[in-house]
Design a protein around this ligand. Structure first.
Ligand SMILES: [Zn+2]
Length: 141
């Protein structure tokens, strides 16, 4: 055996290549070689040679590793998305608060403008009264 068997794709246990020593058992499967996991008992059978058995087992392990990497990548992505969502929520909350402050300020400004209008009207009224009194005083000798 030149290459090494990868660990079991399901449990990570040690795998071994076996062959059926009894030719009568071969009738069950066409080929004598199989790979079995010492940990969970998973096996892959029906291989003509050790090399074929090992190649198949290792490819399955590689697929499992790839799947694991994809799942880990997805988890990382989901975590990043959740963080992004939290950040966006905080930004939205901040925006809502700013808008609230701005609205209050605008309302205050409007109130002040109304007051200014009222005061100007009052000034105009007082000027008018003043003018009338002046003209009355002028009429009086
Ligand atoms: Zn296993």
């Amino acid at each position: 055996m030149s290459e090494k068997l990868k660990p079991c794709p399901f449990c990570g246990g040690e795998a071994i290549i076996e062959t059926f020593p009894d030719p009568s058992e071969k009738t069950k499967w066409n080929e004598p070689y199989y790979v079995a996991c010492k940990g969970c008992g998973t096996y892959k059978n029906d291989f003509a040679t050790e090399e074929l058995a090992m190649a198949d087992w290792n490819r399955r392990s590689a697929d499992a590793e790839l799947l694991e990497a994809v799942i880990a990548g997805q988890e990382t992505l989901q975590k990043a998305l959740a963080e992004e969502k939290t950040k966006n929520q905080r930004l939205l909350e901040g925006r809502d608060y700013s808008k609230e402050l701005l609205d209050k300020q605008l309302e205050r400004n409007r109130g002040m403008q109304n007051k200014i209008h009222e005061l100007r009207a009052e000034v105009r009224m007082l000027e008018e009264i003043n003018r009338q009194m002046s003209s009355l005083a002028g009429d009086t000798p």
